[in-house]
Design a protein around this ligand. Structure first.
Ligand SMILES: [Ca+2]
Ligand SMILES: [Ca+2]
Length: 489
């Protein structure tokens, strides 16, 4: 095994460790164990010879470092990838992350996720053979029966005798499904298929956000019988119309009932504790070997990382992906700006309240300099409280701005070439607020104030400083935003 081969599996082992840490379940939930030999995930998905550890791909599929392109967006292509090992776990769960993207308003044909008794071979059903035995989850892009109900997520279980009806999009053969448009989403689409105690459940993630918890139920069916042992696979096909069908990851977990240990060696049994420990020790050893091999490889090939980055750039250079990236980036900036806007409004309204309060007290002082100018302790406390809230708001705003700045910097914005007119306008506005406040502070009532009200003047200046700081931060933010906007268009 080459160092690179080991390197490409490091991610799998890391994933095992992550899932081992995060895999604690509530007592009623099934226990989950990551099955690395039934999974793949980027980055470093392929080995140097182009193969995928524990999986075999073929047809027109192309494996890259971070995903498998099951078919490219060219006419009449078929591709597939199948697990080398047979799954022997009675209950399992699969998480697949994928993208179906194409320039056309309509795409074709679609993608299929398989769990079948035998490995599929290239064929007419979304790139794989007909009359399969087991489960298929179809992501059917093209509306063959013209019922205006595609793209559609369709689940079908076949006993090996049925022939899939392309003409009707299998509408009479489905076990269940949901009408979802999975093409051209800003983020990868996700599907989770769980088979547990004869209940088959499919959850769907629309790819409209990168929040991995945004799954919704697509279908659930009980009393479903799937092959006790079988192979996982993914296939896809294009027709007269064509989409890229890319699978980013395929993660399999075996499931078992909590606190149940069944002795035995046949299908449906769970490993005894002793074997589990041995298995885990084997994982650890394997992980250490991989880490060592990776370090050695990086020492020997310092240019390797650079090479990987180049590949990624080439991969991301396609128009649709760039657009998706821009869309995602702008969404994030938009959200942050909304938040910022709310905070600024909040700040301004507080400012107005303080000014109104000061003015209300200033008038009687001007009139006679009598007792009307004195400020009560509770009023001072109130102003102090406002000041504290103001400071908190500014801190929050700074955090938001930092976030925005870092995002913009990440996007490659240089921050040069801000809008000078806008900056001048903002500075002018800040100066005007400062002058107003200074005028208020210098009113005769303030000069003659008793000791207690001078505290208010002190905080007034503090507030003014805060205003200036806010103005400066806002100008910086504007500069970055303008630069980012120029970058995008
Ligand atoms: Ca179809
Ligand atoms: Ca249809």
């Amino acid at each position: 095994m080459t160092a690179l081969a080991l390197r490409s599996r490091t991610v799998v082992v890391l994933t095992i460790l992550i899932f081992a840490v995060c895999g604690a379940n509530a007592p009623s939930e099934p226990r989950r164990r990551f099955e690395y030999k039934l999974s793949f995930k980027g980055p470093l998905l392929v080995q140097r010879d182009g193969s995928i550890p524990f999986w075999t791909h073929g047809g027109h599929s192309i494996a890259s470092d971070d995903s498998i392109r099951i078919t490219p967006s060219l006419k009449s292509k078929k591709g597939y990838v199948w697990s080398n090992e047979r799954n022997t776990h009675p209950f399992w769960e699969v998480d697949m992350v994928f993208r179906v993207s194409g320039r056309g308003r309509v795409g074709a044909d679609g993608l299929a996720l398989w769990y079948t008794a035998q490995k599929g071979v290239e064929g007419p059903v979304f790139g794989s053979n007909d009359k399969w035995e087991g489960l298929a989850v179809f992501f059917d892009s093209f509306d063959n029966d013209n019922q205006h109900n595609n793209p559609y997520v369709m689940v079908m279980v076949n006993d090996g005798t049925q022939s899939y009806s392309h003409e009707t999009d299998g509408s009479h053969q489905q076990l269940g499904g949901c009408l979802r448009d999975f093409r051209n989403k800003p983020f990868p689409v996700r599907v989770r298929v769980q088979y547990y105690k004869k209940t088959l459940t499919v959850w769907y993630h629309s790819g409209m956000s990168d929040n991995v918890d945004h799954y919704e139920l697509c279908m659930r069916a009980e009393s479903v019988t799937l092959p006790a042992e079988g192979y996982f696979g993914v296939s896809a096909a294009t027709g007269g119309l064509a989409d890229d069908h890319d699978v980013h990851s395929f993660l399999t977990h075996s499931l078992r009932e909590p606190d149940t240990v069944i002795q035995g060696t046949g299908p449906g049994t769970v490993l005894p504790e002793e074997d589990l420990k041995k298995y885990e020790a084997e994982f650890d050893e394997y992980g250490h070997k991989l880490d060592k091999a990776r370090e050695e490889y990086q020492k020997e090939h310092p240019e390797a990382k650079h090479h990987g980055e180049q590949d990624e750039n080439v991969y991301e250079s396609q128009d649709i992906r760039e657009l998706n990236l821009i869309y995602a980036g702008q969404n994030a900036i938009h959200e942050t700006m909304n938040e910022l806007n709310k905070k600024m409004n909040n700040l301004i309204s507080r400012n107005d309240r303080i000014v109104t309060q000061i003015e209300a007290r200033g008038v009687p002082v001007q009139g006679g300099g009598g007792t009307g100018g004195a400020v009560g302790i509770h009023e001072i406390e109130e102003v102090l409280s406002y000041q504290k809230q103001l400071t908190q708001s500014l801190t929050d705003m700074r955090a938001v701005l930092d976030h925005v700045s870092s995002r913009i910097v990440q996007s490659g914005a240089t921050g040069q070439g801000g809008d000078n007119k806008l900056n001048d306008a903002i500075l002018g506005h800040v100066t005007s607020i400062q002058n107003d406040l200074r005028t208020l502070a210098n009113k005769p009532g303030s000069a003659n104030c008793p000791q207690s009200s001078c505290v208010t003047t002190f905080y007034l200046f503090l507030f003014m400083s805060a205003q200036v700081a806010a103005g400066v931060v806002y100008v910086m933010y504007k500069n970055h935003k303008e630069a980012a906007a120029k970058k995008f268009y």
